[in-house]
Write a protein that binds this ligand. Structure first.
Ligand code: ADP
Ligand code: MG
Length: 761
């Protein structure tokens, strides 16, 4: 994952980036931010393309044209213009051109009914309407029709808004219908197909046809996808000149990318699949490339400006611990990561490293060893955890590790009493305290360090940007920063989200761990699940039973937990069984007591909400039952499951759900059953939800409203973009060369949308 070892792929390698299926077109989002200098009226901030040298020249005819208000286009007018702006963020011609199609339908081929398969994309069929029928009741009420050709009969279905269809396409009439085949009662049908006159079809020519997203309100104003397409055609036909290019010619040549002008025309009106693919590649590349160029340029500038503390030696603290007190051998991955950290900390630049490692991979130990190196060099360290429970747990395990060593470790959390804080504060100020562990409390203004050299942030996604910024102010020279996360972030996302951090990965679990067995079961099987649980508990194991708590405040969620608790208590009565409870409404000391109870083995079952999600470590707990598992996100499920499988016993994770599952919900549960690999799960999550919904991205400052690229699906293009940006900056770090003029312009304008991670984390 070390980016330094990557080189720019050769052109031959580009081919596999192109979508391979000739018929399936990947949807992508389209947003209003655009490729000229005009700030978007929707407040999405200036776009990446904006700094394009020629584009921004005021008075260029194409520029003026693009800035024109859409209300003056034929058939728009002020009222509909307002609606377009409100619904799709389209205010000017340029916004319209940036409203990229989200898919295409292949109108170049007519299918026969007996050729249709359920997995086909949008297809067209010509046939005769045999008749219409209203069927069903209430919400299931629908209009159906039978379409026939010489090979068979096909059902068409509309659930609403179809009154006009029988009038416009009466029974007996030849029509062309368009839609995606789906299956109902084992037969193929088309739901809400588009209908057309065969004659009209021919006149329009048989091509790939762009489909644009639109809204109900817009459709009411006759802005269907087709109407948008017409408007698009008008706008492109009337362009006063070509689009000005936003990438240098040498780069287009070397990557064999089409020009911006070609790309914009072909993305809307491709004559062939190849044209569409080439246009899409060019636009995606550009979008991702400029993000990477910004990030990497920022990183290289920062390294020039800021020096880091130099941790020259590895001394007594580290060596004594490593040689005498380490209870087990480090995994190869742990060793590698410590080497990487060590390199950073002695290099004279400030470390900004993201440490990714699946739950249980042993990140805490890596953090500890890094802190010992800091201590060896006379620096203090601080380890921040997102919750009190976690901070206490870190404190316990680090004190345990360091029991035989003379190192002062302190814990500072919200619940540490005022009078107990005083000696800690003093110890930090005079340098006595070498390692501080805590929660947000450590970044309160009263906490001052003598010489803070290393900051470790555990489970970083729970820490807000502002909080990190405050920590930042605590040292004269910027401390080294190690950000640890157990939520594996897909490579593509990490490259963008943490593009200016270096990334280390612990991709290996300590030896002797057995893979967790995961099963999905329906609620109706609860008795069997309890039976299984009983057997496990009777062999001395402990179990978690987790309830979803989507909104901490909602009483309903607690009701789930309380009801559950009642039935569990009935099935597992005292005194034989003891049950602990843990949820967010409890006071910190109650939570702690509950945790201690469970940790000490005084109770067998812990009934909890997601409070336990992060980091809790009880090796004897080997069963995890997750109630209403369909309500959890994938990464959350994976985090929860990581609470078991920490000891040497076989562990189990049982996902309970109702019978009614959305497709996405089912897919999440299946993914969990299929794999234990956090990275695979993260990739699946990214594909299912898109980057905007992945935890941590909202506060990242990275503009995820990408216009065309998709971080989950375009990883290869992203890699190419990153490699290209890297090699450009390697050759020309300040972007001074003439051939890089366009980039320089681009960077100069900056990107106000992005937060400079380097200076806050
Ligand atoms: P993470 O924070 O990455 O989820 P932890 O640091 O909590 O994982 O480690 C999980 C458990 O594995 C802890 O009990 C820890 O002591 C143990 N552990 C860490 N490294 C090793 C190793 N190399 N060999 C055996 N056990 C290890
Ligand atoms: Mg941890």
């Amino acid at each position: 994952m070390n980016s330094a070892s990557l080189s720019v792929p050769k052109m031959e390698d580009m081919r596999h980036i192109l979508p391979d299926s000739p018929q399936v077109f990947r949807p992508h989002s389209s947003h209003c931010c655009s490729f000229t200098a005009r700030a978007c009226p929707e407040g999405h901030g200036p776009p990446f393309h904006q700094q394009n040298a020629n584009f921004t020249e005021k008075g260029a005819p194409v520029q003026q044209y693009l800035a024109q208000d859409i209300q003056f286009l034929p058939g728009v007018g002020p009222k509909r213009a307002q609606l377009l702006k409100q619904e799709l963020g389209i205010a000017c011609i340029e916004d319209l051109l940036n409203h990229y199609p989200f898919r295409y339908v292949d109108r170049s081929r007519m299918y026969k009914i007996n050729e249709l398969r359920p997995d086909m994309p949008y297809i067209q069929v010509q046939g005769k309407i045999e008749g219409y029928l209203m069927a069903g009741q209430g919400r299931g009420k629908r209009l159906t029709a039978v379409l026939s050709d010489e090979t068979g009969r096909l059902q068409l279905v509309w659930f609403k808004g179809a009154k006009w269809i029988p009038e416009q396409f009466p029974a007996g009439k030849e029509v062309v219908v368009f839609g995606r085949p789906s299956v109902f009662r084992q037969r193929i049908n088309l739901v809400h197909p588009e209908m057309d006159d065969p004659g009209k079809r021919k006149a329009e020519g048989a091509k790939l046809q762009a489909v644009y997203s639109t809204t109900e309100k817009l459709k009411d104003q006759y802005f269907s996808s087709k109407a948008i397409s017409k408007l698009m055609a008008y706008v492109i036909r009337n362009l006063p000149s070509k689009f000005e290019e936003s990438l240098p010619a040498w780069l287009l040549r070397s990557l064999k990318l089409v020009t911006l002008d070609t790309a914009i025309r072909h993305i809307h009106f491709p004559n062939s699949i190849a044209e569409y693919k080439a246009a899409e590649l060019r636009l995606k590349f550009e979008e991702l490339f400029y993000i990477q160029l910004h990030i990497l340029k920022g990183k290289s500038d920062r390294n020039k400006h800021y020096r880091g503390n130099v941790f020259k030696v590895v001394g007594n603290c580290f060596n004594a611990f490593y040689q005498q007190h380490l209870p087990f051998e480090l995994t190869a991955a742990q060793k590698r990561v410590i080497r990487e950290i060590r390199q950073d900390m002695k290099a004279g630049i400030q470390m900004n490293r993201l440490l990714q490692g699946d739950v249980g991979s042993g990140k805490t130990l890596v953090a500890l060893l890094s802190m010992l190196i800091a201590a060896d060099n006379g620096f203090q360290s601080c380890l921040m955890a997102p919750t009190e429970i976690l901070a206490q747990q870190h404190f316990r395990s680090i004190c345990h590790f360091l029991a035989k060593m003379d190192i002062r470790v302190e814990l500072l959390t919200g619940s540490v009493k005022k009078k107990d804080r005083i000696p800690i504060h003093e110890g930090l100020e005079n340098g006595d305290v070498q390692i501080l562990i805590g929660t947000h409390a450590v970044i309160e203004d009263t906490v001052k360090f003598r010489q803070l050299g290393l900051v470790v942030i555990d489970e970083q996604h729970r820490f807000g940007v502002a909080q990190r910024a405050r920590l930042w102010g605590k040292a004269d020279v910027l401390p080294h920063v190690l950000v640890m996360t157990a939520t594996p972030i897909p490579r593509t996302l990490a490259m963008t989200l943490y593009g200016d951090l270096d990334v280390s990965v612990i991709d290996e679990l300590p030896p002797g761990r057995k893979a967790i067995v995961t099963r999905h079961t329906f609620d109706s099987k609860r008795l069997e699940v309890f039976g299984f649980l009983k057997k496990q508990l009777d062999t001395g194991r402990q179990a978690y039973i987790v309830y979803p708590l989507i909104h901490e405040s909602e009483a309903m969620d607690y009701k789930d937990l309380e009801d559950g608790l009642e039935s569990i208590s009935r099935a597992f009565p005292p005194p034989q069984y003891q049950i602990a409870v843990l949820h967010g409404k409890m006071k910190p000391e109650e939570k702690e007591a509950s945790m201690q109870h469970f940790l000490a083995g005084r109770c067998q079952i812990m009934v909890a909400t997601t409070v336990i999600e992060v980091g809790v470590d009880v090796p004897n707990a080997s069963i995890m039952i997750i109630e209403s598992a369909e309500r959890f996100g994938l990464s959350q499920l994976h985090q929860l499951r990581g609470r078991v499988g920490r000891g040497s016993e076989q562990s189990y994770c049982i996902l309970m759900s109702g019978y009614k599952l959305s497709e996405e919900g089912r897919s999440r549960l299946n993914t969990m059953v299929r794999t234990n690999d956090g990275f695979e799960i993260a990739e699946a999550d990214l594909k299912l939800r898109g980057p905007g919904d992945i935890e941590g991205t909202q506060q990242s400052g990275v503009p995820f409203n990408l216009k065309i690229a998709h971080l989950g699906r375009d990883s290869q293009i992203l890699q190419l973009a990153r490699n290209t940006a890297e090699s450009i900056l390697d050759e020309d770090p300040l972007l001074e060369l003439d051939k890089n003029f366009i980039f320089r312009k681009h960077i100069k304008k900056g990107n106000p949308q992005r937060i400079d991670w380097g200076s806050i984390s």
